[in-house]
Design a protein around this ligand. Structure first.
Ligand code: AMP
Ligand code: DBH
Length: 548
């Protein structure tokens, strides 16, 4: 019997040949792969602790054994190399084991955040043409088995569900096993290792194919910049599936270095501080509101935080005054991190003068990162002038997966990624983020597409029109505000919020504030773009209530 033809869109990320040659010659791309380096560390650092979380303490040898067991079990269950698997797990050791297992079996992880719900997870599964879903029985208070059922009803191609914990009718991750001899060899280093998720500025999140070579380069080089070595302990405080705690240098950087990865069940001081003291954590990545919370809590905590050497802050802009508070409160080196799941990551360096650490978002990882700051016509602007940031380089993608429209919009003809960020470059080459050109809300590092939420509001029978904008917020940096023109009957704000939540969306996307208006602006004669409209509404209704 012959196998049915694979009609799925192939996964690939292609750089032009001359760039490939250059990145190899420079030693950025070394032909390493995830299973290759993980196996190597399991041999070289067999008895060192690799992953700590909950009651689990795995050595490098144990992590690899666990990954091989799960990998063999997944293939024995009927998955085949090349299949895509949506992974939605919290900060638990099983997350690390599952992802390593998928790499070992040449299955392709698609990372969902624990906060994502049916709408998002179904979108990822469809776009990636996933055949399986891995989730936890529950995380925080949510039962992901109900989501799994809904997902299979909506996307029947997701034939397999594997559950960490009580699996009910699904397959239990713990029970997986199979023939290690059936596991494939190591993949092509230039093949796609996984699909990361973009925050999305227009509509639904896009899928970001990252290769072994490019991603490993990004965290190997990050290790050198962030001071991660075998004696480091890296705390995952943000959701592990986020690109920042995954790769900048993140838990993959830590595993690459033979360091210890410590998983915090929550991002707040209550969960994290005892772990820092117990595990002698040396490095952690935070978003700005959390960093401020930590800085305040550090003054009062009984826990010993003296092992912390580097606190990284990124995902959203850290303003200078907040940066000073973080330095004073935590008493260790602050590192600003300005990155994106599409690639380019900038860091302030550990030995930078305080002025640079406080006032800039740093400079790119690689000497081969090409960064352009351009005006609306695409012409470069001088240092100190705000422009659009474009990026190209050895770990920045050239295309999204399965999204021709986004690719046409997001990349220049010569392969630069349009980051959507507005920045200035200083004479010293550091970047200062000024804002962005696209309409999304950066809510404490979680990116929300205005358009996506407008669509959900418009689906409500009593909403005539809606426009969603960002509003400065003392704690979150930005919060979301929906301007709504009601239909015949005016719904209550709480009802609209419940409506958005009921559409199966991550809770962080529910508008923080709803403002009813009769019309969208008298100046808006004729056809106005949504972007202009949002700008006008912000101006008209919110200019007097900027956060102080
Ligand atoms: P994503 O493409 O979803 O991974 O989100 C990346 C975006 O987050 C960047 O393009 C910036 O808009 C924002 N971002 C990340 N780090 C910083 C930072 N340190 N300061 C300001 N914005 C940031
Ligand atoms: O916000 C981000 O996406 C981000 C921030 C810091 C990121 O992807 C990263 C570092 O790698």
């Amino acid at each position: 019997m012959s196998e049915p033809a694979d009609t799925r869109l192939p996964l690939r990320q292609v750089w032009p040949d001359d760039f490939v040659a250059r990145y190899r010659a420079a030693g950025h791309w070394r032909g390493e792969t995830f299973p290759g380096f993980l196996r190597d560390r399991a041999q070289r650092f067999a008895d060192d602790v690799a992953v700590v979380g909950g009651d689990v303490r795995w050595t490098y040898a144990q992590l690899w054994a666990e990954a091989e067991r799960i990998a063999a079990g997944l293939l024995a269950s009927g998955l085949a190399p090349g299949d895509r698997v949506v992974v939605q797990l919290g900060n638990v050791p099983a997350f690390v084991a599952v992802v390593c297992a998928l790499f070992r079996a040449q299955l392709v992880p698609v990372y969902a955040l624990p906060a994502h719900r049916l709408t998002e997870v179904a979108h990822f599964a469809r776009r990636a043409e996933a055949g399986a879903y891995v989730c936890a029985e529950r995380y925080e208070t949510f039962d992901y088995r109900t989501l799994a059922r809904d997902l299979q009803a909506e996307v029947p191609a997701v034939r397999h569900v594997f559950v960490v914990g009580d699996a009910q009718e699904f397959a239990a991750l713990d029970a997986l096993d199979g023939d290690r001899g059936a596991l494939p060899g190591d993949p092509d280093p230039q093949s796609v290792a996984f699909l990361q998720i973009s925050g999305g500025s227009t509509g639904l999140s896009k899928l970001i194919p990252r290769t072994h070579d490019d991603y490993i380069y990004s965290f190997r080089a990050s290790n050198a910049i962030c001071g991660i070595g075998r004696d480091s302990a890296y705390l995952v405080a943000l959701p592990a599936a986020h690109n920042f705690p995954m790769s900048s240098p993140g838990f993959f950087g830590a595993l690459y270095a033979g360091a210890r990865v410590v998983l915090s069940p929550g991002p707040g001081p209550d969960a994290a501080f005892p772990l820092i003291a117990r595990e002698r954590v040396t490095c952690v990545g935070l978003v700005p509101p959390l960093a401020l919370l930590w800085a305040d809590a550090a003054a009062k905590t009984p826990h010993d935080l003296s092992s912390l050497r580097v606190v990284q802050v990124g995902g959203a802009k850290l303003v200078p005054e907040a940066a000073r508070r973080v330095i004073a409160g935590l008493g260790c080196t602050l590192q600003q991190v300005f990155g994106m799941a599409e690639g380019l990551v900038n860091y302030t360096r550990l030995d930078d003068p305080e002025d640079i650490v406080v006032h800039t978002q740093g400079r790119p990882i690689s000497p081969d990162d090409e960064v352009l700051v351009v005006d609306d016509h695409g012409d470069p602007v001088p240092d100190g002038v705000t422009g659009h940031l474009l990026a190209r380089g050895p770990y920045t993608i050239r295309a999204y997966h399965n999204d021709a429209a986004a690719n046409a919009r997001s990349f220049t003809n010569d392969g630069y990624y349009r980051t959507g960020d507005m920045v200035q470059r200083t004479a010293g080459g550091d970047l200062v983020v000024q804002g962005r050109a696209t309409d999304h809300i950066n809510r404490a590092g979680e990116k929300i597409s205005a358009e996506e939420i407008e669509d959900h509001l418009l689906a409500h029978p009593q909403v005539f029109d809606a426009a969603v904008v960002s509003v400065p917020d003392d704690f979150l940096g930005e919060r979301s505000c929906a301007f709504v023109i009601p239909g015949d009957a005016k719904p209550r704000p709480a009802e609209l919020k419940a409506w958005v939540r009921g559409r199966g969306l991550a809770a962080f996307k529910v508008p923080d504030q709803i403002v009813f208006v009769d019309a969208f602006g008298t100046t808006a004669v004729g056809k106005v773009s949504r972007r202009e409209l949002r700008a006008q509404l912000r101006e008209r209704f919110l200019s007097g209530q900027e956060a102080s």
